[in-house]
Design a protein around this ligand. Structure first.
Ligand SMILES: Cc1cc2nc3c(=O)[nH]c(=O)nc-3n(C[C@H](O)[C@H](O)[C@H](O)COP(=O)(O)OP(=O)(O)OC[C@H]3O[C@@H](n4cnc5c(N)ncnc54)[C@H](O)[C@@H]3O)c2cc1C
Ligand code: FES
Length: 275
């Protein structure tokens, strides 16, 4: 059992849980994830490790309560225990030796972008963060990201906070004026696809963190199959980071929507159960 030591509600949909998991905290690196089961009958939910503390033996996950299992997880309180937390899984992010990097987070993707920005900033890399949200009410981690970046740009689709527009508007402007040698993008698949398109002409190394549906997280089930550079890869063991210029994003979007009906059905059952 894994005890919850801290809980923060970051906005109406996004929660941060800090979990006692000393063996994971000892080994985890930026870019890796855990698979959580809230209780013995729970689904396996892959969540990126947003932060960790080696000395305290804790890992922090930040997630959007989007469906049945994440809504269940969001109801847990400090002192409660979740039944399983497996990890660290996946390959840590390979940053190389960049001089100037841009880290882009979209919505809850900022939770995953944060450890990447923190690692680069601590390596002495000139780090710019672009964080995009639909509107002001769902902005998260602003102060945390400011503390680990040389420049922070917030965008909102409706202009209610920061710059109006998409993260790609800011990105296109920045790369037209200065040279960067690394871009990392984490967020909705369409956002990552458009970031990769924006950096393609200048051939800027672009890493994306993919979120296909995962089941076992160990390369056995094939659920997380993605196509990268024409080759089949399993995101749980070969990723989740990949070269954004080589990913077949359209296939990923198709595969991620395969279970929409079942997911909606699970949410309806949960709502009926709670009435
Ligand atoms: C490597 C990885 C890291 C992730 N990190 C985070 C994170 O840090 N924060 C966060 O909010 N979300 C993260 N996700 C997505 C998160 O796992 C899903 O939102 C969650 O599983 C949804 O489950 P649900 O039952 O609440 O929703 P459902 O209603 O079942 O599904 C909602 C949507 O979530 C996705 N999803 C559903 N089941 C899975 C699954 N088993 N594996 C992956 N995606 C699924 C699908 O796109 C689906 O349309 C990550 C996914 C992956 C693969
Ligand atoms: S989740 Fe099963 S192969 Fe990756």
């Amino acid at each position: 059992m894994y005890k919850i030591l801290d809980k923060r509600v970051l906005n109406s949909e996004v929660t941060a849980l800090t979990i006692e998991a000393p063996f994971i905290a000892k080994k985890v690196k930026p870019g890796q994830f855990v698979i959580i089961r809230a209780d013995e009958k729970g689904e396996r939910v892959p969540l990126t490790v947003a932060d960790f503390d080696f000395d305290k033996g804790t890992v922090t996950v930040i997630f959007q309560a989007i469906g049945f299992s994440t809504k269940k997880l969001a109801k847990f309180q400090v002192g409660d225990c979740i039944s399983d937390c497996v990890g660290p899984l996946g390959v840590p992010t390979e940053f190389g030796n960049p001089r100037k990097a841009i880290i882009i987070g979209g919505g809850v993707g900022c939770a995953i972008a944060y450890p990447q920005a923190k690692a680069l900033y601590n390596m002495g890399v000139d780090t710019t963060v672009i964080a995009g949200f639909r509107n002001k009410d769902i902005v998260i981690l602003e102060e945390e990201m400011r503390a680990v970046s040389n420049n922070l740009y917030i965008t909102t689709d409706d202009g209610s906070y920061g710059q109006k527009g998409f993260v790609t508007n800011v990105l296109a402007n920045l790369i037209s004026k200065d040279s960067y040698d690394l871009v990392i993008a984490i967020g909705p698949v369409l956002m990552m696809k458009n970031v990769a398109k924006t950096t393609e002409e200048q051939k800027i190394k672009t890493i994306v963190s993919l979120n296909p549906i995962m089941i076992d997280g160990t390369g056995m089930c094939g659920g997380c199959r993605v196509t990268v550079g024409g080759e089949v890869k399993f995101a749980c063991v070969d990723g989740p980071d990949f070269d954004g210029h080589l990913v077949d994003f359209d296939e990923l979007m198709r595969r991620n929507s395969l279970y929409k009906q079942e997911e909606a059905h699970a949410c309806r059952l949960e709502a009926e159960y709670n009435d």
